[in-house]
Ligand binder design. Structure first.
Ligand code: PMP
Length: 351
């Protein structure tokens, strides 16, 4: 047989839809703002396109190490945190092994696990769309090699709390790799949330994954980072596709880290729009779970295909997850009113 059977039947990762030119793209949890000031200049001056990138990426890793109070060896970069997820899963799990995560969660997890040769074991979210961490502990078997915890959870929005996570880590055997996927952590306003930064150095089996794609608005440059024990990061380095993090991305990330004040102001604006959107939806009668990323979740159930079309016909590309619901990104200022208008029409139609 030419192909591995599980790969022959595996669908490629499907990206969010693109709206008409006068619409809003709210389908990929992107940042609606242009790059932070200085970032484009930094990219333009990093122009040795005939040379391979600096694989060691020491300047950026040093900088992140300083921010997180760790050594440079405890920082590893990837071409987006999705590349890091793939590296760590491949480093720890293979045929016959299990990778455990909540569902629904990030759409890329199942495919990455299948590629590794391992099997996915999923634990349904609680009715309020939060992680069922007790259920996840109960689902650990001798074959579980990796556990992924996504907080805030994409696509539903709630966070895992610090207390919950501490109890969870105490119950997980220390020879199982835990990946804390914090792609949206900068948008969190709930003070009870777990913060990977505070956990670094406390667990030999924990790796924290973050990205420059969301809050930092660099999704197009593909750069994310992992912080964790050096031994685990070295294993990810071994499974990485060499030199996939470009110098352009490294320069842009460094320049973005210089602009913390502007970054925080933008993040605060997005959090305000998120609150406006969620409050409006709750008033309309939608059951919107806690929203702590740059998106909100609409549980449209069996009406999901209808709702996706209603939004799209109004120029709003949202992400549908048939048959559960719709994830709507918090985008440009004017998108908020438009989303609320269509959401009201969908509610009226369903009543
Ligand atoms: N983790 C989660 C939970 C995500 O939602 C995403 C992107 N949608 C990623 C990781 C990957 O982001 P990137 O590769 O752009 O860093």
């Amino acid at each position: 047989m030419l192909l591995r059977p599980e790969i022959a039947s595996l669908a490629a990762y499907a990206q969010g839809r693109v709206p008409p030119s006068d619409g809003f793209k709210l389908s990929s949890n992107e940042n609606p703002f242009d790059p932070l000031p200085g970032v484009l200049d930094a990219v333009a001056s990093s122009t040795a396109l005939n040379r391979y990138p600096d694989g060691a990426a020491l300047a950026l890793r040093d900088r992140l190490a300083e921010r997180f109070g760790v050594g440079t060896a405890q920082v590893h970069l990837g071409a987006g945190s999705v590349a890091l997820l793939s590296q760590f899963i491949n480093a720890a799990a293979g045929p016959g092994d299990e990778v455990l995560y909540a569902w629904r969660s990030f759409e890329a997890y199942p495919g990455l696990v299948t590629v590794s040769g391992a099997s996915s074991v999923t634990v349904p979210l609680l009715p309020d769309a939060r992680h069922d961490l007790d259920g996840m502990v109960a689902a650990i078997t001798d074959r579980t090699r990796v556990i992924i915890v996504c907080t805030p959870n994409n696509p539903t929005g709630p966070v895992v709390t610090a207390d919950e996570f501490e109890r969870f880590m105490a119950a997980v055997p220390s020879d199982r790799l835990v990946l804390l996927d914090e792609a949206y952590v900068e948008f969190v306003t709930d003070p009870s949330h777990v913060d990977g930064r505070a956990l670094i150095g406390h667990y030999p089996n924990l790796v924290v994954l973050r990205t420059f794609s969301k809050a930092y608005g660099l999704a197009g440059l593909r750069i994310g980072y992992a912080i964790g024990p050096e031994r685990l990061l070295n294993a990810a380095r071994s499974t990485a596709i060499p030199m996939s993090v470009t110098d352009l991305a490294q320069s842009a990330a460094l320049a973005s880290l210089d602009r913390e004040d502007e970054l925080l102001a933008r993040v605060a604006t997005i959090a305000e729009r998120r609150a406006q959107l969620r409050d409006g939806l709750l008033e309309q009668g939608w059951q919107v779970p806690q929203a702590q990323g740059n998106f909100v979740w609409l549980p449209t159930g069996i009406h999901t295909p209808f709702a996706i079309d209603a939004f799209f016909d109004a120029g709003l590309a949202v992400r549908g997850f048939v048959p559960d619901g719709i994830r709507v990104g918090v985008g440009e200022e004017d998108s908020v009113g438009r989303v609320l208008k269509i959401a009201q029409q969908v509610v009226d139609h369903l009543r």
